[in-house]
Design a protein around this ligand. Structure first.
Ligand code: FPP
Length: 252
């Protein structure tokens, strides 16, 4: 039986986030430069976006470049940025045809100008689309995001635009990059690593974690289906007892 048919459409995760890992190992195990792994990872991105869109997933967030990735050798950073520009350029029309709406989270001001421009033009071009929301995390880290939120809150308190008494977790959320996006219900990390690595630290509070040994350049539609099927077999309680948790999921 096709794995896709085992997916219960009524129980799809609204938001799937992915830490795409293992590009370097995939390439070096083949005697190639690490960048070869990143290049092949673009096909996995294409397949995953297509599969998520076909299923009717609402949000897909891909961790494409972390704040820490700036510390990689200059040649790899440059190659990744070049790849990003080309991938966005090549894929924008295809994303648009598939009704995908692109957005980005992260410290985008730190990106080279050509990446920023290409990204902004793809975001603008797909802004009216109503299908899958594809969120690319670029120069992003969870600690950076929370720290930035706190700085903005302090500025607003100092300038008198915000009453410190009103600060709570709901308010803090409105200062995050992901303000308009629901928290991920499922996080997938490839390559066998079992870490969050500074990704969406606030948003992953109740997220189901799924780790697969598959290296990112090998990740295909069937791997996404497997992760979703695994997610659908889990019992999500959000810190409550089973009966209460059922009511929470139904009411949401
Ligand atoms: C992690 O593998 C992967 C990355 C840091 C980059 C991911 C980027 C792409 C797949 C390029 C295209 C993306 C988009 C959204 C157009 P790694 O290098 O850490 O692998 P390793 O752990 O084996 O060294």
């Amino acid at each position: 039986m096709d794995l896709k048919e085992l997916i219960i459409r009524e129980k799809l995760p609204r938001h799937i986030a992915i830490i795409m890992d293992g590009n370097g190992r995939w390439a070096t195990s083949r005697g190639n430069m690490r960048v070869f792994g990143h290049q092949n990872g673009v096909e996995s991105v294409r397949q995953t976006v297509e599969a998520a869109g076909e299923l009717g997933v609402e949000y897909l967030t891909l961790y494409a470049f972390s704040t820490e990735n700036w510390n990689r050798p200059r040649s790899e950073v440059d190659a990744l940025m070049g790849l990003m520009v080309n991938a966005i350029q090549d894929e924008t029309e295809n994303l648009h045809k598939n009704n995908v709406r692109l957005s980005a989270i992260g410290e985008l001001d730190d990106l080279p100008e050509n990446v920023r421009k290409q990204l902004q033009s793809a975001i603008d071009y797909t802004a009216q689309n109503t299908g899958l929301n594809l969120v690319i995390a670029l120069s992003y880290s969870g600690r950076w995001e929370i720290t930035s939120a706190i700085k903005k809150i302090v500025e607003d308190v100092k300038s008198g635009n915000l009453d410190a008494e009103t600060i709570n977790s709901c308010l803090l959320e409105t200062y995050l990059n992901t303000y308009t996006i629901p928290d991920p219900e499922l996080l997938i990390r490839t390559s066998g690593e079992r870490r969050i690595s500074n990704f969406m630290l606030w948003q992953l509070a109740y997220t189901e974690l799924y780790f697969t040994p598959v290296l990112w350049p090998d990740f295909r539609k069937k791997d996404l289906y497997e992760a979703i099927i695994d997610f659908q077999r889990r019992d999500r309680r959000f810190g409550r007892v089973k009966e209460q948790a059922k009511a929470v999921t139904v009411n949401n």
